[in-house]
Design a protein around this ligand. Structure first.
Ligand SMILES: *Cc1c(COP(=O)(O)O)cnc(C)c1O
Length: 399
């Protein structure tokens, strides 16, 4: 049995380009970039080169705006903490976000609330989108930060980031975006998109795990989460993960260069998969169909339980997710699905399939459709809830 990996939003396989880009930095160029001797300086040269290349791909004005981190979570934490500290100095303790951010953002915001900040969580509506008007209406003289994700990791909806950024600029409020699911998947340009701070993570675009970037526009003073040496201009202590950084840089350049081919190919596969799964009765797509990541398919099926669905799909060789890797293991339904108004019992029956332009084939998509149809039928045949629904003892939520 071949395995069909359809969980690329959780993580991706590293590209050969990224692997090859890392190898010299584990062997020949092994120096510590902070060392003054020639071995260290060779490492420092590579680090400087990587910073310049990342800045260029993101459309940043200056390489000094790029800080290397241990990944998306750290970048989110540092961006939000830094903005909160800057805000507090001016007695601005209000933050605007949405109800369906990644936990790296939500849990940081929860902590800040305990420390006296107030947070407005904007409604993302049934389609999983916020509007710039909502952001504008929520801004007060006390607002120090707007943090809204570029694209959602569970339902794939893409926010009107450029317009939201423009609203923030006009109001003089810092704007951070968690772009972990967007960078390498759709075009992102920090200057054109009016972004002040941006988080990205290498392992979501075929780079290595444990490395990411915090972009912070010139003039924004970052606070460090990790105290120690003077690496990353004193904003992120610890010897740089040079192999990871070089792998990430190569993966980023590769993914962005391939976007013009990858996006239409992937969207076609996505739409084929959506159309196939829409044939299943009492199921519905989650999130807007147009403003959507090219590789994201997310469904809710009534009368089934997401965990069993995943296990049975895995038996058939299909690796999928019920939504966020972070909520698996807990019995709570996904906060993202609740945020778009799915009732608890429906949110439990969720399925996320995230495809990849180079790895997923049309035959894979057809095999996934057949497998999901089979498994949903099988689970419903055993489900007391489904029996009640069919007997009219319960009302269907999804027609
Ligand atoms: C994966 C992900 C993160 C976390 O990134 P890590 O590098 O795994 O810490 C943050 N935000 C979003 C939207 C993600 O998908």
């Amino acid at each position: 049995m071949t395995t069909i990996y359809a969980d690329n939003a959780a993580t991706t396989r590293m590209s050969q380009t990224a692997i090859q880009a890392m190898l010299p930095y584990m062997d020949k160029i092994y120096g510590n970039p902070s060392s003054l001797h020639s071995v260290g300086q060779a490492a420092m040269e590579a680090l400087t080169d990587a910073r310049t290349r990342v800045a260029k791909v993101l459309g940043a004005a200056n390489a000094r705006e790029i800080t290397f981190t241990s990944g998306g979570s750290e970048a989110d934490n540092q961006a939000i903490r830094s903005a909160a500290i800057l805000g507090k100095r001016k007695n601005k303790t209000h933050i605007i976000s949405t109800a369906f951010e990644h936990h790296a953002v939500l849990h940081t915001l929860k902590k800040l609330e305990k420390e006296g900040f107030t947070v407005t969580y904007l409604d993302v509506h049934e389609n999983g989108l916020v509007t710039p008007e909502q952001v504008e209406a929520a801004i007060t003289p006390e607002t120090c930060l707007v943090t809204i994700m570029y694209a959602n990791n569970e339902i794939g909806t893409i926010q009107p980031i450029r317009e939201i950024g423009a609203v923030c600029r006009k109001a003089g409020v810092l704007f951070h975006t968690d772009a972990v699911q967007a960078v390498g998947h759709i075009p992102v340009n920090v200057q054109e998109d009016n972004i002040d701070m941006l988080s990205l993570s290498a392992h979501k675009f075929h780079g290595p795990k444990g490395v990411g970037v915090l972009y912070a526009k010139k003039g924004i003073i970052l606070s460090n989460l990790i105290e120690g040496g003077a690496q990353e201009r004193g904003k992120r202590a610890g010897t740089e993960n040079l192999p990871g950084i070089m792998g990430m840089t190569a993966a980023l350049e590769e993914a962005v260069a391939e976007l013009p081919q990858a996006m239409p190919k992937l969207s076609a596969l996505r739409d084929r998969l959506i159309a196939g799964l829409q044939e299943i009765p009492h199921g519905a797509v989650n999130g807007d169909l147009t403003h959507r990541l090219p590789g994201n398919v997310s469904f809710c099926f009534e009368g089934i339980e997401g965990e069993s669905l995943l296990l049975l799909l895995d038996d058939k060789g299909v690796c999928a997710s019920s939504g966020s890797a972070c909520t698996s293991g807990s019995l709570d339904p996904s906060h993202v699905l609740l945020a778009i108004g799915r009732p608890h019992e429906v949110a439990h029956g969720s399925l996320r399939l995230t495809l990849d332009a180079k790895e997923t084939t049309q035959a894979d998509v057809d095999a996934i459709i057949a497998a999901v149809k089979d498994v949903v039928e099988q689970l419903r045949a055993m489900s007391p809830v489904w029996r009640d629904l069919m007997a009219g003892k319960r009302q269907f939520v999804i027609d």
